[in-house]
Design a binder for this molecule. Sequence first.
Ligand code: ADP
Ligand code: MG
Length: 408
Amino acid sequence: MPFSKLGLSPQIQSALKKSGFITPTPIQEEVIPLVLNHHDVMAMAQTGSGKSAAFVLPILELWSKSVSEGKPKIKALVVTPTRELTLQVADAFNTFGADLKREPKVVSIIGGESIGDQIYAIQQGCDILVATSGRLLDVLTKKQTNLSHLEFLVLDEADKMLNLGFSQELDAILEAIPQKRQNLLFSATYPQKILDIASKITQNPIRVNIEQDVPTVESVVQRAIEVNRENRGPLLRHLLDTEKLEQVLVFMANKRATDNIAAKFKKYGYKAESFHGDLFQDERTLTLDEFKAKKIRILFATDIAARGLDIENVSCVINFDLPRSPTDYVHRIGRTARAGRSGMAISFISHEDRAHFGIIQKRCKVNIAMEQIEGFELKGEAAIKGKGPQPIKGKGKSKKDKAREKRV
Ligand code: ADP
Ligand code: MG
């Protein structure tokens, strides 16, 4: 089904075309008509399923049909968990609203920038406000922002907002907006805490659940290289040099490891940075911008930092440490080959990773041939299981590893 069947105006369709959006994703196909029919929606779909456009497009459509004369009034408020997502969503409103007869004035409210400038921007005229909840609250306490004309409230990536003192912030936001409004909730998962939040916001939402068991990522070339754990750093350097890899996103198990290895690679003369949740927002934005601008070649990241972000231009994903679950594997390799581009994903497999990687392949329904690279061949043997000598205490799998294998 093409976008034209969803009831969007020719102006929005032309903007879609310019962005290379030809057919709606499943979540868009379901949610757009519901929003256009003024329903509240609670949608569940995985990262990368196209949730942003699922609310951006119909809100633009309804907004463009209802614009009144005079100074813009804030009609839509989108709350997101991070600065990066706020900017991405604001971008989407601007991109898809670019051909409308009257372009929407979109303002982003994020931490790390002058609050005075942001309030000024709102006062200059704002139709659509996109904000992180903490900063929005700061803006609201200054009592200079009028949200009484609001028609749409959107919570994007709601499940990422849990541990940020979000519940109180939300209460304050709800106080500032009209009770009668259209509510849209987007989340990859719906744990109880999110359901509680949802019940504060909307009474009768239509639930949309896009099942994506383990999606396939067909356009990604998937490779696996056997290597001893201590040789992974040298192998990575070898691959960067011999295969001329550019814009590489390397996944590590924890924050400390990303910092350490990024420092090491910088010493070796590579343009490398780490990317994880402990960095300040402005550091994260700067790093992402530099990666996009190709000033950074290698980004060492944790799963949490990379989830949900539309990091473009990734040509190669490296699983330096394997992800915990098959779903995480798909999320990671889905960072490359976005929007029709092709990409490559390489997993480093040591003795310890074999069984776990087997499970990942099975669940993802792929069968990846193991490679060895000259000079970095896998040495030694895996710990012998079952028959034969008992494994030496301390050398076997930890309880954590065993639990992990059961979990996936
Ligand atoms: P989610 O919020 O579900 O993680 P996004 O809305 O960020 O997903 O979309 C993921 C990526 O897919 C973005 O790069 C976006 O531009 C692209 N995309 C979304 N919908 C479409 C579509 N219908 N056609 C082509 N590309 C799309
Ligand atoms: Mg999103």
